[in-house]
Design a protein around this ligand. Structure first.
Ligand code: RIB
Ligand code: CA
Length: 317
């Protein structure tokens, strides 16, 4: 068990599940030293994901966690592809947060990540990546030496099989692809094959964590922010139910933090991952088992209820 907290950079596209991930991390300061937040295009445009990150930190009264705005569009495109409105135009679903009072620390998240990685011992920083991987791909291109100093990247993205519970689609944004990989497939392909250890949480596993009515009721009884947490948990249910026959919303980004902090909850395998970068299946990915591979893919979970116990316990403080 690590005695000291893991130095962590959060890279995401809030999106309420990104926000809930960061809320969980902030609630566990003895396990996570949050060095800062890098925002990226994705669920909503960059200006909105950045405002949502700032607003969450204010809402929580979080200490001075710096927010750095990152890439407004995929690494090799001028404009981001259309999303699916999973979290409404605000990126927050039905949740509303008071407008942020604080401002961004910089508009160059990639430069900040490089500087932070160079200022910390090589291998000491973990990246919690819960949006399109554009910032990390740009870091790899612009400063490969800094990129190589990353200890591990936890990634929410991709999918490998027909998805539970109804097994009729392989993806959530298209029938083929998961949203984060679809939004920048070139970046996903680059980062997953860039020589840094990756812990990958694909939809195959995130679909095992559902905001069922009993869990929603439990969230609402939290001593603080229960209503907000419930809205974050359930934000994408309006899509997950019709697309997949789910009994609520799937919990995607929070599983990255859970897998980084509580690896015993998950079954994993090592393998090489290739991401389709063009055509109708752009963002789809393939897995080739390889015990020597740097990518560790979550393939199952031993007890989804334990995940929610850990989440609600952290948020009960
Ligand atoms: O496919 C789920 C992912 O897409 C999550 O990270 C969600 O926030 C969206 O970014
Ligand atoms: Ca996200």
């Amino acid at each position: 068990m690590n005695s000291s907290p893991i130095p962590m950079i959060m890279d995401g596209d809030p999106g309420t599940d990104d926000l809930l991930t960061w809320m969980w991390a902030l609630a566990r300061p003895t396990q996570v030293e949050m060095l800062g937040i890098a925002t990226v295009h994705g669920n909503v445009p960059l200006a909105r994901t950045t405002e949502n990150a700032l607003a969450l930190l204010d809402f929580l009264g979080a200490a001075d966690i710096p927010v750095h705005a990152g890439a407004p569009a995929p690494a090799d495109q001028d404009r981001a592809p259309e999303g699916d409105g999973a979290f409404a135009e605000s990126g927050l679903g039905a949740l509303t947060l008071p407008p942020a009072r604080r401002t961004i620390a910089s508009d160059n998240a990639v430069a900040w990540m490089a500087q932070t990685l160079r200022a910390h011992p090589a291998g000491s920083i973990t990246i919690c990546a819960t949006g399109p991987l554009t910032n990390l791909a740009l870091l790899h291109r612009r400063d490969p030496e800094a990129f190589a100093r990353i200890g591990r990247i936890g990634v929410m993205g991709g999918s490998f099989n027909l998805l539970p519970p109804n097994h009729v689609r392989r993806g959530n944004i298209t029938p083929w692809a998961e949203f984060n990989f679809y939004m920048d497939p070139v970046a996903a392909q680059e980062v997953l094959n860039a020589g840094v250890p990756v812990l990958l949480l694909p939809l195959d596993v995130t679909h095992l964590f559902v905001s069922t009515p009993d869990r929603m009721a439990r969230a609402r009884t939290l001593p603080r922010h229960g209503q907000e947490v419930a809205l974050m948990l359930d934000a994408a249910a309006h899509l997950d139910r019709p697309k997949f026959g789910a009994d609520g919303a799937f919990q995607h980004d929070t599983t990255v933090l859970a897998a980084l902090l509580y690896p015993h909850l998950f079954q994993t395998m090592r393998g090489q991952v290739q991401v389709v970068t063009t055509g109708p299946a752009a963002g789809a990915c393939l897995l080739l088992p390889d015990d020597a591979a740097l990518v560790e893919v979550a393939t199952g979970v031993k007890d989804p209820a334990a995940f929610f116990d850990l989440l609600f316990d952290a948020l009960s403080g």
